[in-house]
Design a protein around this ligand. Structure first.
Ligand SMILES: CC(C)(COP(=O)(O)OP(=O)(O)OC[C@H]1O[C@@H](n2cnc3c(N)ncnc32)[C@H](O)[C@@H]1OP(=O)(O)O)[C@@H](O)C(=O)NCCC(=O)NCCS
Length: 205
């Protein structure tokens, strides 16, 4: 457990980082979710169910707007508490959610700082280069404003689009881990792992 100290009656976790909030590019803005983002998430996930359901086991045929708003508030809280960093890929004007990504700590101890990058792109924006651009931006942001020392990506061995996205963004294929991902029928699938260390990251890849 991280060390905690008492200040003014509150337990303060001294391992907390001050997570950056936003990274803007001309094509999209990456930022942590905020209360009020539920409607944009709802529109994107409901429209993209058929595209997402095979590899995203959380996807449902229909999600209510209230459930999406509850979810973004939960993501916002976890972001501030340094438990998990869900990040939206927003159109530059903020009017549409193009996809979602995140730095996921997966319950690992805070140091050395390791996170998994996850991602999905909405159905009508997929296959146009956005996933690769967003992953490159996550690596550039992750190794600048964030303290990550190692970032990794994993995908079902049958998820060709995801594997190609990691390769095109400059991540190194590290191997296949057997029985690493569960599908919605509780069956294990083998996963391809990709990773990058801060020391090896070349900006502008
Ligand atoms: C995987 C995903 C994030 C990639 O984002 P994207 O914007 O579609 O990817 P890009 O357009 O940047 O393409 C990257 C590569 O994937 C390939 N690709 C994209 N969609 C594909 C598909 N349906 N089938 C096979 N390859 C595909 C592209 O052709 C490209 O490779 P290439 O240059 O060798 O041709 C996106 O397709 C997605 O949301 N998929 C469903 C959810 C998912 O599987 N997420 C990843 C979990 S690990």
């Amino acid at each position: 457990m991280p060390p905690e100290t008492e200040r003014d009656g509150f337990a303060v976790d001294s391992s907390l980082i001050f997570a950056p909030e936003e990274f803007a590019t001309p094509q999209f803005t990456l930022r942590g979710y905020r209360p009020g983002d539920g409607a944009l998430v709802n529109e994107a996930v409901n429209r993209s169910y058929d595209h997402l359901q095979r590899f995203m086991i959380w996807a449902q045929p229909y999600t209510t707007p209230d459930d999406s708003e509850r979810l973004v508030r939960r993501w916002h809280a976890k972001y501030l508490l340094d438990e998990d960093y869900a990040i939206g890929i927003f159109a530059p004007d903020g009017a549409r959610l193009l996809g979602s990504t995140g730095f996921h700590r997966r319950n690992q101890p805070p140091a050395p700082a390791i996170a998994e990058i996850g991602m999905w792109i909405r159905v009508d924006e997929a296959g146009k280069g956005l996933g690769t651009a967003a992953l490159r931006a996550m690596l550039a942001w992750g190794f600048s404003a964030w303290p990550w020392q190692r970032l990794y990506w994993r995908c079902d061995v049958e998820n060709t689009a995801s594997a190609r996205t990691a390769e095109k963004a400059g991540m190194t294929f590290e191997g296949i881990v057997r029985w690493n991902l569960l599908d919605r029928d509780n069956i294990y699938h083998d996963a391809r792992f990709y990773g990058v260390f801060r020391a090896d990251w070349k900006p502008g890849h």
